[in-house]
Unconditional design. Structure first.
Ligand SMILES: [Zn+2]
Length: 455
């Protein structure tokens, strides 16, 4: 007997209608249709999965070698978006890879000893990026009908984070060989005209709990239970892919992101891998923008030789304002004094040299100032000497380049909104996995983990 669509529609209405009270809204109808068809969908999925398992050849998915079959019909249960499904599949031993494999599990996208179907994996991963597991449980149930307790949701999201981490590490490994670099570079879209690549770098901190289980003891002793760790963050984009909104706000069409708490040594090759994938090797010109932190310029010198360097204009202006207030207090005199310095900096070709000269001119009047004011002056002369070659804002503006590192600062604050929620602690291993997951999502590579989107 063949069933036609009309029969299915008729059956669904017959099932749902008696359960709907008079006067219910469409939302209730939607929810009810979901519910009455749930068992049917669950059984359909179970059957399709079983058919796929039965068809699956017993070759190693990694090396294609025929497996030495250990057992047919080994059962497995998986939580899908339609509920629990059960199926049987075969497994065997691959002598070349020296491991037991379940080829059907690999093809289906199931992870070893993990209870979630690929769509459940994705739901956990996506919601964990938005908020802590405890806060999203109800939303997940309302939107998908599946009930996941916070610890399962967290565990599953963490597992997906580990997968994201493995993908990221694989990209970093490619930077270590010439063939690998060529492979990474081939992912960059071919440029139609010469372009400038911009790299912006910054850091923020994350709170981690190192002493699980000891919090009460430590708190009683008046000790800190968490520690702050730096998350090194970078963003990469092509200047020709930057546009403006109708209201004049700059937007960047395509951007790469890096965020890691694995230290500067971990950050550097990740930034390099991301930049290559976004067109570093095809770029006519490379510009690195950041605040004055020395570690950033060490990375620039080490990994991005030949790139121009620029200190964020607003940080530099802050330096001048701080000095003005140190010397003249929070007065009109301070404002009057600092204004020409700000103008030179922004509008003259060698503005930084004029600033230095101006500051050095103040030395003649040192007897007006206290010892600590004199120290402040010398410190700022040192700062401008150190960075003067990174302060050509006039040329930068003329070329349409950014003079501030606002793009990376907004990236940092977006990460912080998720990673620094009140009362939230991250574990040393867990936070790196979540950072990798969040970065994969931002980098538009989500499909590498979850290739089932049909849109
Ligand atoms: Zn194999």
């Amino acid at each position: 007997m063949t069933i036609c669509e009309t029969d299915v529609v008729g059956w669904l209405c017959e099932e749902a209608a008696p359960l709907l009270e008079e006067g219910v809204g469409m939302g209730t109808m939607e929810t009810m249709l979901d519910r009455v068809s749930l068992e049917g969908r669950r059984r359909a999925l179970e059957r399709l999965v079983q058919q796929a398992c039965d068809r699956q050849t017993l070759n190693c998915p990694r090396c294609k070698q025929t497996l030495k079959v250990e057992e047919h019909h080994r059962a497995r249960k998986v939580n899908s978006t339609f509920g629990l499904i059960r199926f049987e599949r075969s497994y065997g031993f691959c002598s070349r890879c020296d491991q037991y494999v379940y080829p059907a599990d690999v093809i289906l996208g199931l992870q070893e000893r993990a209870p979630a179907s690929p769509r459940v994996q994705e739901i956990c991963a996506l919601t964990a990026l938005r908020a802590p597991a405890g806060q999203v449980q109800k939303d997940v149930r309302r939107m998908t009908g599946i009930d996941l307790d916070p610890s399962s949701l967290h565990r599953e999201a963490r597992r997906q984070g580990e997968r994201a981490l493995a993908l990221r590490d694989a990209d970093v490994a490619l930077t270590k060989t010439l063939d690998g670099v060529v492979e990474l570079a081939a992912r960059a879209p071919l440029p139609s005209a010469p372009f400038t690549m911009v790299l912006e770098i910054d850091a923020w901190n994350i709170r981690e709990r190192d002493n699980w289980g000891l919090s009460e003891v430590l708190r009683a002793a008046g000790q800190e239970t968490g520690r702050w760790h730096w998350v090194y963050t970078g963003t990469v984009f092509r200047l020709d892919q930057r546009g403006t909104t109708a209201s004049g706000r700059p937007v960047i069409a395509e951007r790469g992101y890096v965020a890691t708490r694995s230290g500067i040594d971990g950050f550097q090759p990740q930034l390099y891998a991301e930049a290559i994938q976004r067109g570093l090797l095809q770029a006519e010109h490379v510009l690195i923008l950041a605040d004055g932190a020395i570690w950033i310029w060490n990375i620039a010198a080490d990994r991005f030789k030949g790139a121009s360097q620029r200190v964020d204009l607003y940080h530099v202006k802050e330096h001048l304002w701080t000095l003005a207030k140190e010397l003249f207090g929070d007065t009109d005199k301070a404002k009057e004094w600092v204004t020409p310095f700000l103008n030179w900096l922004e509008r003259r070709k060698d503005g930084a040299l004029d600033v230095i000269q101006g500051l050095e001119g103040l030395r003649a009047t040192l007897d007006q100032f206290t010892a600590s004011q004199q120290d402040a002056l010398e410190r700022e002369i040192g700062y401008f000497e150190e960075h003067k070659d990174r302060m050509d804002y006039k040329t930068g503006k003329a070329l349409g380049q950014p003079v501030g590192s606002g793009a990376v600062e907004s990236t940092c604050s977006q990460f912080q909104r998720r990673f620094k929620l009140p009362g939230q602690f991250w574990s040393l291993a867990g936070d790196e996995a979540f950072l990798a997951l969040a970065t994969l999502h931002r980098n538009e590579r989500w499909n590498q983990l979850f290739p089932h989107d049909l849109a």
